[in-house]
Write a protein that binds this ligand. Sequence first.
Ligand SMILES: Cc1cc2nc3c(=O)[nH]c(=O)nc-3n(C[C@H](O)[C@H](O)[C@H](O)COP(=O)(O)OP(=O)(O)OC[C@H]3O[C@@H](n4cnc5c(N)ncnc54)[C@H](O)[C@@H]3O)c2cc1C
Length: 463
Amino acid sequence: MLSQEVLNELIKILGKENVLTSKEDMITYSFDATADMPSQEPDVVVTPDTKEQVVAVVKLANKYQIPLITRGSGTNLSGGTIPIKKGIVLSMLKLDKIVEIDAENLTARVQPGLVIQRLNEAVASYGLIYPPDPGTVTTATMGGSVSECSGGLRGLKYGVTKDYVMGLEVVMANGDVIRTGGKTVKNVSGYDLTKLFTGAEGTLGIITEITVKLIPAPKYRRSMLAIFDNLDKAGKTIADIISNQVIPATLEIMDNVTIRTVENYAKVGLPTDAEAVLILEVDGSIEQVVVNEFNTVQKICKENGAVDIKLAQSDAERDGIFAARRAALPALAQVKPTTVLEDATVPRSKIPEMLKALKNIAKKYNLQIGTFGHAGDGNLHPTILTDESDKEEMERVHKAVDEIFKVAIELGGTLSGEHGIGMAKAKYMEWEFGQEGIAVMQKIKDALDPDHILNPGKMFGGN
Ligand SMILES: Cc1cc2nc3c(=O)[nH]c(=O)nc-3n(C[C@H](O)[C@H](O)[C@H](O)COP(=O)(O)OP(=O)(O)OC[C@H]3O[C@@H](n4cnc5c(N)ncnc54)[C@H](O)[C@@H]3O)c2cc1C
C-alpha cells in the first residue's frame, strides 16, 4: 500500500486523470495473457503522456524504492507484466506516436506504446514493411515486442524483432536517459547496449523511443497448405525444405488437435482428418525465383507423402489460410478453461524429434496437447488444454512442461524462441545457462538496477 504522500507526488507529476487507483483498475492490471500464473493487484497504475513524466515516475520509484512494472498491451505469454511485488504499473499506451519515417534511410522512429500494425500501415505507402509479425500484431505494442524480442509468422526468413532494432532511448533505474545505436547501418561503437535492452523484459530500463529498420516490401509471393496423414512426414518435410536451402517467409505447422479445434472454431475448410498441415509462403522481388522456390517446396512436400496440396489462387484464399493459423491459440483456448502455451525451440533439424517427444509426453501424462507454431524456425507452441481448478491434472501439466523444456534443451534448443522468460520460465534458466551464466546476467542486473525496482520477480525469479 502506497502512502498518500507518494500518491500525491504521482498526481503532481501526471495529473489526477493519469493516476488510477480504483479496485476495477487494480484487478485489470493484476494479470496478463499468460495462463496458470498467480495474479497480483498493483498499488497504482500510471499512464504518462510524456517522456518527462516517465523520468519523474522512475525517480520517484527510486526515491521510495517502489517496484515499477512497465506495461504495453499485456499480451505477453510469460507472466512478464504481473506486478508480483505490487508497486507502480507504468502503462506506456499513451506514448504511441510515430516520431519519424525516414524513407531515405529505410528507418522509422516510434514511441513504445505504438501498436505494431500501425507502423506497417504507415510505411506501406512508401513500399516498405516492418517484418516482425507476432500473432498479436494488431494489439501488441512496439515497446512490449522489443522488450520480449518477439518473433512471429515471418521469423524464418526475416528474423525476429532484435534484427530490426537499430537504436533505443532508455530511462535507467536512477532516472538517467541514455540513447543507444542510431540510424547508421554499421555501428560497432562500444558495447551493444541496443541488443542488451532488446528482450530485457523491462528489467534493465524503460524504453521511451525505438529506431527500427524497414525493408522493401516483397513484390511477389506464393502460398499453400500442404496436408499430411502423418505428423512425422510433416516434420521431415520441414527439415528437408531447410536442408535444400529454400527459406520460405512462412513455414507453420498445425497438428490434428489444433486443426480440428481451429475448424470447429473458425470454419475455414481445414481437413479435420489430417494428422498435420503445413502453411507455406515463399516471397521475393524476382518473380522467377519465387516460382522456382515454390516449385521446389511443392516437390519436397510430395516426396514426403503430402496427401494434398492446396495452392492459394488469390489474396483472399491466402488470407484465409493465414487466418486459420492465427486462430490457433484463440481456438484452442475455447476447448478447456486453461490453456498453457509454451514456446520451446530447437534447431530446425530436430523438429521431427521434438514433435515425437511432444506426442510421447502427451501420452505419458495423459494430457491433451495441441501443437502448432513457427516450425520452420524450430519454434513450436505445444499448448496444453487443461483446467486450473483440477489440482491433480495440474500436477501432471507441470511435470509435462518440465519435460518439454528438458527435451528442448537436450536437443540443443532454448527455453524461449520468442515469448521470453518472465515469471513462467525463470525456474528453468539454470538448465540453459548454468550457474555461471546466470551469475553474469545477475551482475548486469545489479549494475543497472542495483535496488531491483524494475520488474522484480522476472527472469531470475526471487527479486
Ligand atoms: C494470441 C496470442 C498470440 C501471440 N503470438 C505471438 C507470436 O506469434 N510471436 C511472439 O513473439 N509473441 C506472440 N505473442 C506474445 C505477445 O503478443 C508478445 O510478447 C508481444 O510482443 C507483447 O507486447 P505487449 O505490448 O503486449 O507487451 P506487454 O505484454 O505489455 O509487455 C511485455 C514485456 O515487455 C515489458 N515492457 C513493455 N513495454 C516496455 C517498455 N516501453 N520498456 C521496457 N519494458 C517494456 C513488460 O514489462 C513485459 O516484461 C502472442 C500472444 C497472444 C495472446
